[in-house]
Ligand binder design. Structure first.
Ligand code: IMP
Length: 436
């Protein structure tokens, strides 16, 4: 059952795109299981740069089927523009399959997300403004639209007609313009016609692939600390990026997961509001942000930066049943001395080693740091752990001790080749395939 879940162990932006890219040659299928076009990854292949929000980056490989699972919320306008962009650059997009059950982000979801954030003002979540929360909200409220509803005018009209009066009333109360039913139905039908060839029962696609023994990568968006259940609510996204989300949103059972690879950066970043105990508001933080190009892919907002926090790491390893870790961007720490690692919190004079479930408690957490001597040598060319400067090795070992699972891949630069691979349970190997 060669299914691997790739999950972010921090607040998203851990470099999961690089992990997927690194493993892509070995896999036959990449499945997105949650989130929507709030996510963003930039894939660099040779001289070409691809910016994707919805289509899994596996699409850049000829041998990979890219699946948008039932747990994803799809803004068809974004999806169509990504498919057009990819096709225009010579990529075969017929291999992009979209679940018929995935929910549709409508223009009123986007308008509501933005208007409600404006109204929250000082208490805002800092969403990406892509309508993600309202779409998942309607799904739970059972007034959502699914991709298959776009294929039938009568169904589409009935579904939109059920939701729209309340949406328009709410929008009016927020000082926003109303949406017209007929225009939304026309828009939806157009999307449906265009996307019909991509719609599929993706659960069976994934199940058949696993039955054949194909290697399936289930790719989480965002990260564990933005999880609706496990993050610091309400400063979270509206889905479950944790590995369990791969089961509900990808159409597989828990015992079909073969490996959970957690991805984390050597420091922490966060976009949007919410407590961030190790945040650096000084020159050190600005330096890390500049060297690490820490700017939000979807919104262009500068990412908040902080020291690595081992308290949520231990939590993330537990709730995801992480079996191996990829550590990214350790090269960005070169030249910093000392390097700090948060190992516990002081909350109201108590030492706390467990990630608190309450954002209010977390906001009072003072980090308890351990200090590590830094290194000044550039490490972009290093390809084995033994060749890392001793102080960098000590830092990696400390992270591994806190995680309690092996760090099997260490990235020392943006290129695929700038990766240290340690001995680990090898995944089923497929012959290397060129980029499409
Ligand atoms: P939403 O997902 O747009 O509703 O935003 C909710 C929270 O998740 C906000 O703090 C966003 O900044 C954050 N968020 C959503 N997607 C990403 C991502 O891909 N990377 C990092 N943060 C994200």
């Amino acid at each position: 059952m060669p299914a691997t879940v790739i999950v972010g162990l921090q607040w998203g932006d851990e470099g999961k795109g690089k992990t997927t890219d690194f493993l892509a040659e070995q896999v036959a299928m990449v499945v997105r299981y949650q989130g929507g076009d709030n996510a963003g990854h930039t894939v660099v292949t040779g001289d070409e740069v691809f910016k994707l929000h919805l289509v899994p980056s596996g699409v850049l490989y000829r041998h990979i089927t890219s699946v948008i699972g039932n747990g994803v919320v799809v803004n068809p306008a974004t999806l169509i523009s990504e498919l057009d962009m990819l096709a225009g650059r010579g990529i075969d997009v017929a291999r992009v399959r979209v679940s018929r059950s995935a929910h549709v982000t409508m223009p009123y979801h986007v308008a509501l997300d933005r208007a409600m954030e404006r109204r929250l003002d000082g208490a805002k979540v800092g969403t990406t403004g892509r309508g993600i929360g309202p779409t998942y909200g309607d799904r739970a409220w059972r007034i959502g639209l699914r991709m298959e509803d776009l294929l039938d005018e009568a169904v589409l009209r009935e579904r939109i007609g059920r939701a729209l009066p309340d949406k328009n009333q709410l929008l009016a109360s927020l000082g926003e313009a109303a949406f017209e039913l007929d225009r939304l139905v026309d828009l939806g039908l157009g999307w449906g016609q265009r996307l019909r060839p991509h719609l599929d029962d993706t659960t069976w696609l994934v199940q058949d692939a696993l039955r054949r023994g194909d290697h399936v990568l289930l790719e989480g968006a965002q990260g564990t600390l933005l999880d609706l259940d496990h993050g610091s609510y309400p400063y979270v996204t509206s889905s479950n990026p944790v590995a369990g989300g791969a089961c509900t949103g990808g159409g597989i059972g828990p015992l079909q997961v073969d490996e959970v690879m957690g991805v984390m950066k050597a420091y922490a970043t966060r976009v949007g509001s919410g407590p961030f105990p190790t945040e650096l508001l000084d020159e050190i933080g600005r330096g890390i942000a500049a060297r690490g190009h820490e700017v939000g892919t979807t919104t262009g907002r500068p990412r908040r930066v902080g020291w690595f926090d081992a308290v949520p790491l231990r939590y993330a390893v537990a709730v995801n049943s992480v079996s191996s870790i990829m550590l990214n961007k350790i090269d960005i720490l070169s030249g910093l001395d000392p390097i700090r690692l948060c190992v516990a919190y002081d909350i109201d004079g108590r030492r706390v080693e467990h990630w608190p479930s309450s954002a209010i408690e977390l906001a009072r957490a003072q980090p308890v740091f351990e200090e590590f001597a830094g290194w000044s040598e550039p490490i972009h060319g290093v390809r084995s752990l033994a060749d890392l400067p001793e102080n960098a090795r000590r830092y990696v070992t400390a992270l591994e001790d806190h995680a309690g699972v092996p760090i099997v891949l260490v990235s020392v630069g943006p290129e695929r080749t700038q990766t240290i691979e340690r001995a680990w349970r090898p995944m089923r190997h497929r012959p290397a395939a060129p980029l499409a």
